[in-house]
Design a protein around this ligand. Sequence first.
Ligand SMILES: Nc1nc2c(ncn2[C@@H]2O[C@H](COP(=O)(O)OP(=O)(O)OP(=O)(O)O)[C@@H](O)[C@H]2O)c(=O)[nH]1
Length: 361
Amino acid sequence: MKSVLIGVGQAGGKLARELVEYDERMGFGSIRGAVAVNTAKADLRNLPFETVLIGQDRVKGHGVGGDNELGAEVMQSDTNEVLSALDGRITAGVESIFVVAGLGGGTGSGGAPVLAKELQRIYDVPVYGLGILPGRDEGAMYQVNAGRSLKTFAREADALLLVDNDAFRSAGESVTEGFDSINEEIAQRVGLLLASGEAVDGVAESVVDSSEIINTLRTGGIAALGFASAEAAPDAEGNINTVMSTTRRALLSGSSLPDATDADAALLIVAGEQDAIPRKGVERARKWVEEETGSLQVRGGDFPLSSDRIATLVLLGGVERSDRLETFMERAADAQKAEAEDPTDGDPAEQWGNDELDDLL
Ligand SMILES: Nc1nc2c(ncn2[C@@H]2O[C@H](COP(=O)(O)OP(=O)(O)OP(=O)(O)O)[C@@H](O)[C@H]2O)c(=O)[nH]1
């Protein structure tokens, strides 16, 4: 799926760079352009694509210091500068735009939903969010920011693919120490997903295409992406169990949003040498995903790739009712309550759609 990335804030810029580098390293060519936007001048250095500094009149290039309302305001005032930087990049072949941001800070958290809303008004292609949730050890401000941004971003984008910073943390490593490896994990997953819709070597009907990604995300709301891989046998018959086990791992332990398995729609992509992908295994795994997600809309497809491994990607659309997200929304609402010194309790199940967490826009 040919896509253009807009990284907003520090994490957004770093992750966009990681995605561009992965796509180039693999020779996929699915990322057709990238732009980084920030209120902090220093964070725009070292990014190998066009950058836009916003809010100079308000914060003089020093960032918004975690104030996501200010982040939203400066994006609103300077949207035209961002749109100008995009001019000519959303060409006829581009199939989607991704707005990439960490949701715990100020610039990305506040700016990304505002930008998604503007892009929706202007472009016909889907506008997706790629949002990073703060780890549970990050402070209350990060949790509140992310809770508020999450609701608004999910509403303004066609779908919001979420990554939980706790999902890829290695034992004994702090969230901050792990950023580079987390970014690599995300870039690999998302990079493979985008490239899967582009497969040119495959002529078979079973090869996945971009419309299947778009249809899986059509339900809107929150999306998650799971991944797992294993060494492949040379023949398809020998890989039936491998496809099943990588599918299980991708969904149950390799997801960008752990424990989010209830979904409205899913797409199972099996990557590897085309002759080594077992039809029987893919069909069995697809049925398993159907049972596990409770969705009757489970699509499946191959991604022919020259490799001695089999990799499975599971894209889930509409996972906002999942336990993990409810736990997060509860954490964010608690943090907001603690900040406001208001001890009244709330039902976590209702926090998704309501007022405990103020909307950003
Ligand atoms: N995965 C990942 N998360 C990051 C990275 N950098 C920051 N974060 C997370 O993103 C959130 C902070 O967002 P930033 O992007 O640093 O903040 P910002 O949007 O630039 O906003 P201000 O600094 O307030 O202007 C925190 O929850 C961090 O955990 C990164 O490189 N990778």
